[in-house]
Design a protein around this ligand. Structure first.
Ligand SMILES: Cc1ncc(COP(=O)(O)O)c(C=O)c1O
Length: 370
C-alpha cells in the first residue's frame, strides 16, 4: 500500500506520479558527504542500473534539474548556433523542445502536426531530403500534452539513413513504455525522475551515443551547468560536478531495485494494460479520445475531449473534492478542451477502476448525456 493510497489520494496526473512508501522513506535518508564513499556507491549503482532501462552501453548522466533541464542539456551539448535542426512537434512539449533550440541560436525548421496526431517517418524523410543541411532531428517520444506516442523507432531509422543526429525527449516514456536507445540508434535521450520512475521531481537522466559525443566535441552552444563532459568525468569518480539533489538519488537507488525486480518487460506490459484499460473505459463512458488513431495512443497518459456543455474545471474540481482523484487539464491551446489521465509509474488496475468509477459519477452529476 502506498502512502498515496492510505490517504486516498488518487494522483492521476502524468507526473509527478505517486511515490511508494519505501522510496519515500529512502528520500528521507540523512545527508552524507556528497563526495564521500557512501554517496559514491549510490551514484555508481544508480548510473549502472539506468543503463539497463535505457537499453544502452553508454553512460547515463544524472543531472539535478527537471526534465526540461535535461532537454536543454541534450541541445547545447550536440549543437552550435546556426545549426539547422528539424523540430518534430505534435504538442506542447515538442514546441518546447524547438523553443530551447531556438533560444540557443539553432536554425529551427518546424515539422508540426495537429494536436492529437502522431508524427510520421515519411514526413521526416521528406524534410531531410529537402534540406541536406539539417544536422539533427528533435523528437518527443511520448507527447504528454496530447496522449500520443510517436513511432520513434521508425523515425530514428529514417534519421539514421541520412546519418543525422536524433535527439529524443523521452521524459514521459522511458521506464514505462519500450525504448531501446542503442538498437534504435538514438543519439541523445532524456527523461525525468517524476514520471515512470516513481521518484519525486528533481533529477533528469541523459545519455548520448558515440555519434552524440563526437558532436559534443565540436558543439559551440554555451554550456556550463549542463556541460555533459563535466558530468561524465565526475560520474566516473562516483560524483557529480555540482552538489546533487541527494535525497532524490537515495530514492532512485531504491526505485531502480524495485523496477529491476518487476522487470522491464513486465513494466511495459503493465503500462500497456493500463493504457488499454483507460481508453476502453473512457469510450465506454461515452467520451472521446483526443488521439483518434489508437495505434499511436499513449500507454502513459490519456487525453480525453471534454464533452460539450461541461467545463473541464468542473470535472476536475468535482473529481478532486468528492473523489480525491486528481486529473490534469489541457495545456496551451488544449486548455479547457481536454482533461488528461496519467497512468504511469506506480499504477494498477484498481487505480484506473477507482478513477473511472469517480468519473462516471461526476459526469452524471454534471448532467452529461451521451
Ligand atoms: C514529454 C515531456 N517533455 C518534457 C517535460 C518537461 O519536464 P519537466 O516538467 O520535468 O521540466 C515533460 C513534463 O511533463 C514531458 O511530459
Amino acid at each position: 500500500m502506498t502512502q498515496q493510497k492510505q490517504k486516498h489520494v488518487n494522483l492521476r496526473i502524468p507526473g509527478p506520479t505517486p511515490v511508494p512508501d519505501d522510496i519515500l522513506a529512502a528520500v528521507a535518508h540523512p545527508m552524507v558527504n556528497h563526495r564521500g564513499k557512501e554517496f559514491a556507491g549510490v551514484v555508481e549503482r544508480v548510473t549502472q542500473r539506468l543503463k539497463h532501462f535505457f537499453v544502452t552501453e553508454q553512460d547515463v548522466m544524472v543531472l539535478s534539474c527537471s526534465g526540461t533541464g535535461g532537454l536543454e542539456a541534450a541541445v547545447v551539448n550536440v549543437l552550435s548556433p546556426g545549426d539547422k535542426v528539424l523540430a518534430v512537434s505534435v504538442g506542447a512539449f515538442g514546441d518546447r523542445f524547438a523553443q530551447i533550440a531556438e533560444v540557443y541560436g539553432a536554425n529551427v525548421i518546424p515539422l508540426n502536426y495537429e494536436w492529437g496526431q502522431a508524427a510520421h517517418a515519411d514526413d521526416v524523410r521528406k524534410a531531410l531530403k529537402a534540406d541536406p543541411e539539417i544536422k539533427a532531428v528533435l523528437v518527443t517520444h511520448n507527447e504528454t500534452s496530447t496522449g500520443v506516442t510517436n513511432p520513434l523507432a521508425q523515425i530514428a531509422e529514417v534519421v539514421r539513413e541520412f546519418d543525422r543526429l536524433v535527439v529524443v525527449d523521452a521524459v514521459s516514456s522511458l521506464g514505462a513504455i519500450p525504448l531501446e536507445m542503442d538498437a534504435w540508434g538514438l543519439d541523445a535521450v532524456v527523461t525525468g525522475s517524476q514520471k515512470g520512475w516513481m521518484v519525486p521531481p528533481g533529477l533528469a537522466f541523459v545519455a548520448m551515443s558515440e555519434r552524440g559525443w563526437r558532436a559534443f566535441d565540436t558543439a559551440k552552444m554555451p554550456r556550463f551547468y549542463f556541460d555533459l563532459g563535466k558530468h561524465r568525468d565526475a560520474q566516473a569518480k562516483g560524483q557529480t560536478p555540482f552538489t546533487p539533489a541527494m535525497s532524490i538519488f537515495f530514492g532512485l537507488d531504491v526505485a531502480l531495485i524495485r523496477m529491476g525486480d518487476e522487470g522491464l518487460e513486465s513494466i511495459h506490459t503493465r503500462h500497456r494494460r493500463m493504457g488499454e484499460m483507460t481508453r476502453r473505459e473512457i469510450k465506454a463512458l461515452g467520451l472521446q479520445l483526443l488521439c483518434q488513431d489508437e495505434r499511436y495512443a499513449s500507454d502513459t497518459v490519456t487525453a480525453v475531449k471534454c464533452p460539450e456543455g461541461i467545463e473541464v474545471s468542473a470535472i476536475r474540481g468535482m473529481m478532486e473534492d468528492e473523489h480525491n482523484t486528481v486529473l490534469a487539464g489541457g495545456q496551451a491551446k488544449m486548455s479547457g478542451k481536454i482533461f488528461r489521465v496519467g497512468h504511469l509509474g506506480l499504477v494498477e488496475e484498481e487505480d484506473i477502476r477507482e478513477t473511472m468509477d469517480a468519473l462516471a459519477q461526476t459526469l452524471e452529476k454534471l448532467g452529461f448525456k451521451r
